[in-house]
Design a protein around this ligand. Structure first.
Ligand SMILES: C=CC1=C(C)c2cc3[nH]c(cc4nc(cc5[nH]c(cc1n2)c(C)c5CCC(=O)O)C(CCC(=O)O)=C4C)c(C)c3C=C
Ligand SMILES: [Fe+2]
Length: 460
C-alpha cells in the first residue's frame, strides 16, 4: 500500500523521488490516495468525504475541492476553452487528538519553520520528531479544550464554497481547491487534482493577509517544488497573490467587525483595541528579511485609519502571541502587554486577532481562554474579542475581486533555481545512518532541561 500510494501520484521521476521521501516522512500521507474523494450531489462535485464529515473517510479525503458546475470560460484571445482554478492555501490543523503529534511533526519538519543552517539540514527530521513528541501533550490539551480538533478544515472548505459562489455571481465560474501545508487536504494533493482537472489558468490565494516566510512563503515553496519539473504544471499560467492585507475590502471588513464589537461595551470610546498577531522569530525579520512585521504594522495602521474615518478614535496597541521554543520572537508579547495594561489601569479591552482569517486554536483557546483569564486577573474588567472573518460576505466578495484582478497577470512559474532543502537522499542506508546520528545529536542538544521546558511549556 505504501509504495502504491506514492506511485499512484504518477509523477515524473524527479517528483516521484520527492513524494517517495514524503511517504517515508509523513506516514499518515500513505493513506490518502487509496480513497476516491469524488462525489456528486445536485451538480456539486467535491470530496465525497467532506460530506461524510465525522466518518473514517473524512480524514482520508485527499483534496478539498469545490468543483461544482462547469468552470469553462471562453478565452477571448484564443477562442479556446479556459478552465480557471483558484487554489486556497492554508496551514491545516489536526482533526482529532491522535492527529496532533503527526501534524506537529509535519510543521517542525518544514525548513521554513525550523530554519537550520544548511550544514545541519540532516537534523531537520530527527529534531521534528523530538520536538513534536515533546510538544504534543501541551498542544493536545489546547485542542481538547476546543472540542478535540482544529476547525480549520471545515471553515476553509466553507470559505472555498463561498468564494466559488461569489465568483459565479460575478460571472466567473471557477474550481476552488484547498491545499493545506501540514494536514489534510495537503497542498500536493490539491495540485494533483488541478492537474487531473486540466485547469488552464490558476490563481493562488494564501489565506494569510500578511506574507511571512513561515506561512505563505512555505506554501509557495511546495508549489514551486511540484511545478518545477512537471511538464503540465510548469506551463500552467499561475498568478500568486502573495499578500492582500492592504485591500480596501479586507480593511473595511475588519473595521466593520471591530466597530460592531465595540458597541457591545457600556462605554465603547474607552475600550483599548488590542491587536494580537501570531508571532514569528525575530531572526526571520532581521536576518531573513521577512516582511511580516512591516506588513502587520501597515495593516493595523490602515484598519485604524478606516475606523478614524468613521469617527472611532479608540486607543490601540499591537502585540504578538503564540511563541514556541527557546528563541526571541517578535515583541511585545501579548501576555506581557495584557498584564502591563491591567496594571496601568485599562479597564476595557477588545482583542482583535489579525494574522489569520478563520477561527482556530489561537483564537478559541489561546485568546478566549488563556489571555482572557490573564487579562481579568490583571485588572481588566470588560473583555471582548472580535470574531475571525470566516465567511463574512464583504470579505469573501473582496477575495473574489482579488482573484479577478490577479487573473490577467497569470504566467508560467518558471522557477529553475533549486530550492534549499531539496537534496533528496534516496539511498536507504545513507538515510538510516543520517537519521541515527541526527537523532543522537538532536537528543544531546535538545534534552537539556532548558530546551525541554521551552518547547513543552512556552505559551501556546
Ligand atoms: C500568520 C499566521 C501564522 C504564522 C506567522 C505562524 C508561524 C509559526 N507557527 C509556529 C508554530 C506553531 N503554529 C501552530 C499552529 C498554528 N499556527 C498558525 C498560524 C501561523 N503560524 C495557525 C492558524 C495555527 C493553528 C492551526 C489550528 O489547528 O487551528 C502550532 C500548533 C499548535 C501548538 O502546538 O501550539 C505550532 C507549534 C512557528 C514555529 C512559526 C514560525 C516560525
Ligand atoms: Fe503557527
Amino acid at each position: 500500500m505504501e509504495s502504491t500510494s506514492c506511485s499512484a501520484f504518477k509523477l515524473p521521476l524527479s517528483d516521484l523521488r520527492h513524494s517517495d521521501r514524503r511517504c517515508r516522512l509523513f506516514p499518515q500521507r500513505k493513506q490518502i490516495v487509496s480513497v476516491s474523494c469524488h462525489g456528486s450531489v445536485g451538480g456539486l462535485h467535491r470530496g465525497g468525504a467532506v460530506r461524510k464529515r465525522g466518518s473514517t473517510l473524512e480524514t482520508r479525503c485527499s483534496v478539498g475541492v469545490s468543483t461544482y458546475g462547469e468552470s469553462f470560460v471562453e478565452s477571448a484571445s484564443h477562442g479556446t476553452e479556459e478552465k480557471i482554478g483558484v487554489l486556497l492555501l492554508n496551514l491545516g490543523g489536526p482533526e482529532t487528538l491522535n492527529d496532533v503529534q503527526p501534524f506537529l511533526f509535519n510543521l517542525f519538519a518544514d525548513p521554513d519553520i525550523i530554519r537550520l543552517p544548511r550544514l545541519f539540514g540532516f537534523l531537520q527530521w530527527p529534531l521534528a520528531k523530538l520536538i513534536s513528541v515533546l510538544r504534543a501533550p501541551k498542544s493536545k490539551e489546547g485542542y481538547a479544550a476546543i472540542g478535540g480538533g482544529s476547525p480549520l478544515r471545515k471553515i476553509t472548505d466553507e470559505q472555498a464554497d463561498a468564494l466559488k459562489l461569489a465568483l459565479e455571481v460575478k460571472n466567473m465560474p471557477v474550481n476552488v481547491y484547498v491545499g493545506m501545508r501540514y494536514w489534510y487536504p495537503f497542498t500536493e494533493e490539491a495540485i494533483q487534482q488541478i492537474k487531473r482537472d486540466n485547469i488552464t489558468r490558476l490563481v493562488v490565494l494564501p489565506l494569510y493577509p500578511q506574507f511571512s516566510i513561515s506561512t505563505t512563503g512555505s506554501s509557495i515553496r511546495v508549489l514551486q517544488n511540484s511545478f518545477r519539473e512537471d511538464a503540465f504544471l510548469s506551463r500552467l499560467p499561475v498568478a500568486i497573490i502573495k499578500s492582500w492585507y492592504q485591500r480596501e475590502g479586507y480593511i473595511r471588513s475588519m473595521a466593520d467587525l471591530i466597530a460592531k464589537e465595540l458597541e457591545r461595551f457600556a462605554k465603547p470610546e474607552e475600550v483599548m483595541v488590542f491587536f494580537s498577531a501570531h508571532g514569528v522569530p525575530v531572526s526571520y525579520v532581521e536576518d531573513a528579511g521577512d516582511p511580516y512585521k512591516d506588513q502587520m504594522e501597515d495593516c493595523i495602521y490602515l484598519i485604524m485609519q478606516e475606523l478614524k474615518a468613521r469617527g472611532i478614535n479608540n486607543d490601540h496597541t499591537l502585540a504578538y502571541q503564540s511563541r514556541v521554543g527557546p528563541v526571541q520572537w517578535l515583541k511585545p508579547y501579548t501576555d506581557e502587554v495584557l498584564v502591563d495594561l491591567g496594571q496601568k489601569g485599562v479597564k476595557s479591552l477588545l482583542a482583535v486577532p489579525v494574522s489569520f482569517v478563520s477561527e482556530h486554536i489561537e483564537t478559541l483557546e489561546e485568546i478566549d481562554m488563556e489571555y482572557k483569564h490573564l487579562a481579568l486577573e490583571s485588572g481588566i474588567e470588560n473583555w471582548g474579542r472580535v470574531p475571525a472573518l470566516n465567511c463574512t460576505s464583504s470579505f469573501i466578495t473582496d477575495l473574489a475581486e482579488a482573484v479577478i484582478e490577479a487573473l490577467p497577470s497569470a504566467k508560467a512559474m518558471t522557477n529553475s533555481e533549486g530550492t534549499s532543502g531539496e537534496n533528496l537522499d534516496n539511498d536507504p542506508l545513507k538515510y538510516l545512518v543520517k537519521m541515527f546520528f541526527g537523532s543522537v545529536l538532536a537528543f544531546i542538544l535538545l534534552l537539556s532541561p532548558k530546551m525541554v521546558h521551552a518547547f513543552r511549556n512556552h505559551p501556546f
